[in-house]
Design a protein around this ligand. Structure first.
Ligand code: UDX
Length: 439
């Protein structure tokens, strides 16, 4: 099939390349000339394992190309897929500005009986509104087919999704979207547009809830001296609970979980609903992100000039995305309080520097980052960081040589044997156990 995809961000670039890999003829559109040029030279401006290779292969066999929305030779094909961003407004509600613009542009150029497929995450009810306002009078069929891609694993998530959700009110259009996914053998749910939108929102809010749940358990473990990883193992073996998304840490970041959870709480009041549970999920998440601040406040009498090294700035490993990253939040908090903050990330140093400016120092190596620091915050467990020479890091630090393991990615016994004052999240060793330091 001939397909067009609008919005060449994380989801759009991956969707374009993977649909081409499935055998479709795909044109990716964007409003940013630089982004189009970098994609056509096989150099996506985003870091996503496996994406560059897929783009190069499919561009070379002419199954994939990228164009600017203002180009004259537009042919949107049978299906146009919207993958533009839906950032949050300051009050937390979804900002649909890019959605309206791309829908308007697409429906002006789509042929009769073609399909407008929404892959971006929009609040429930948006699809029916778009269908009524922009599609029905032009015989265009609206389909909601949300993406469930995790950054850093998006290419594999595309080809092996847990499920494909297709929301629509025209059976021929729904079957066409089933064909679009031929080659992927995951379960397909055909449902109403509003249900498809709710499934997406609810999925992210549930994942956020699961993470905040284990983080709250970690805080109890911290107080009672248990190790949350032992608790996670026992919980996860219950098939009704499952072990995934039960990793305690400094909280969830990224462009989706925080946004969709906040969307529920900010939209709830519009409908007279009290979203107590999800408000608490967000509160727990904020509390987790400030753990390093509480440790430093507990241990150091004067926070001024405490030398802090932050290992990892992306919101998770294998991505350069720093949106809602706990590392960015804690770097801002600590530098405002007078700490000397240095940062390192193998991929997102540049994006982080654009965000943080000169309030913190950026290092280009782990060794330089950790030298002469009082405390190291391991915030993003990149493989290259976990495989560091921790003996060398220990020797290069200055007292009290605290190592905070923000994602419980290290073995506490090994780190303590090296000599670190090791603190994890819910590992039964809190900063109160370090009161003998009283720096
Ligand atoms: C998420 C959803 O997983 C995906 O289905 C949706 O399409 C987009 O949003 P993403 O945000 O890319 O994907 O990454 P994810 O792996 O979900 O991690 C989100 C955040 O939660 C990260 O900050 C991660 O560190 C954190 N997390 C994840 C935990 O703190 N604990 C966990 O057990 C899992």
């Amino acid at each position: 099939m001939k397909i067009s995809v609008i919005g060449m961000g994380y989801a759009g670039a991956v969707t374009s390349a993977c649909l081409a890999e499935l055998g479709h003829y795909v044109t990716g559109y964007d409003i940013d000339h630089r982004r189009i040029n970098s994609l056509n030279s096989f150099k996506p401006q985003i870091f996503e394992p496996g994406l560059e290779k897929l783009i190069e292969k499919n561009c070379e066999i002419k199954r994939l190309k990228f164009q600017h929305v203002d180009d004259s030779d537009l042919d949107l094909g049978e299906i146009t897929i919207i993958t533009v961003g839906t950032p949050s407004d300051p009050n937390g509600s979804p900002n649909l500005e890019y959605i309206w613009k791309s829908v308007e542009w697409a429906t002006e150029h789509l042929q009769q009986n073609s399909i407008l497929l929404m892959r971006s995450t929009v609040q429930p009810g948006t699809g029916d509104l778009i269908s009524t306002r922009f599609c029905e009078n032009k015989n265009i069929n609206y389909i909601s087919c949300p993406e469930f891609l995790k950054e850093g694993e998006a290419v594999s998530d595309f080809f092996t999704p847990d499920r494909i959700i297709i929301g629509g009110n025209n059976s021929d259009a729904i079957e066409k979207v089933v064909d679009l996914h031929s080659g992927i053998s995951s379960p397909i749910i055909k449902t109403k547009i509003i249900a498809a939108e709710m499934i997406k929102f609810a999925s992210n809010a549930f994942l956020a809830t699961k993470i905040s749940f284990i983080n709250e358990m970690a805080n109890f473990c911290e107080a009672w001296g248990a190790d949350v990883d032992d608790v996670k193992e026992g919980l996860g073996l219950d098939h009704r609970i499952g072990k995934s998304f039960l990793n305690a840490g400094v909280g969830f970041g990224g462009s989706c979980l925080p946004k969709e959870t906040r969307a529920f709480t900010s939209l709830a009041s519009n409908y007279g609903i009290k979203s107590n549970l999800l408000e608490s999920v967000l509160e727990v998440n904020e509390y987790q992100s400030q753990i390093p601040f509480r440790i430093i406040k507990d241990v150091f009498a004067d926070m001024n000039n405490v030398k802090v090294g932050i290992l990892g700035m992306s919101f998770k490993p294998n991505t350069d995305d720093i949106r809602e990253s706990p590392s960015i939040k804690i770097a801002q908090t600590l530098s405002k309080l007078g700490c000397q903050v240095s940062c390192f990330d193998p991929v997102s140093n540049q994006k982080s520097e654009e965000k943080l400016g000169s309030t913190v120092k950026f290092e280009t190596s782990i060794e330089n980052l950790t030298t002469n620091k009082n405390i190291i915050l391991l915030m993003t467990p990149w493989e290259i960081i976990l495989n560091s020479n921790w003996h060398q890091i220990f020797e290069s630090m200055i007292e009290p040589k605290i190592l905070f393991d923000g994602r419980n990615s290290l073995d506490p016994a090994i780190m303590k044997n090296i000599g670190f004052n090791y603190i994890g999240v819910g590992r039964g060793i809190s900063s109160s156990h370090l009161d003998h330091l009283s720096w």
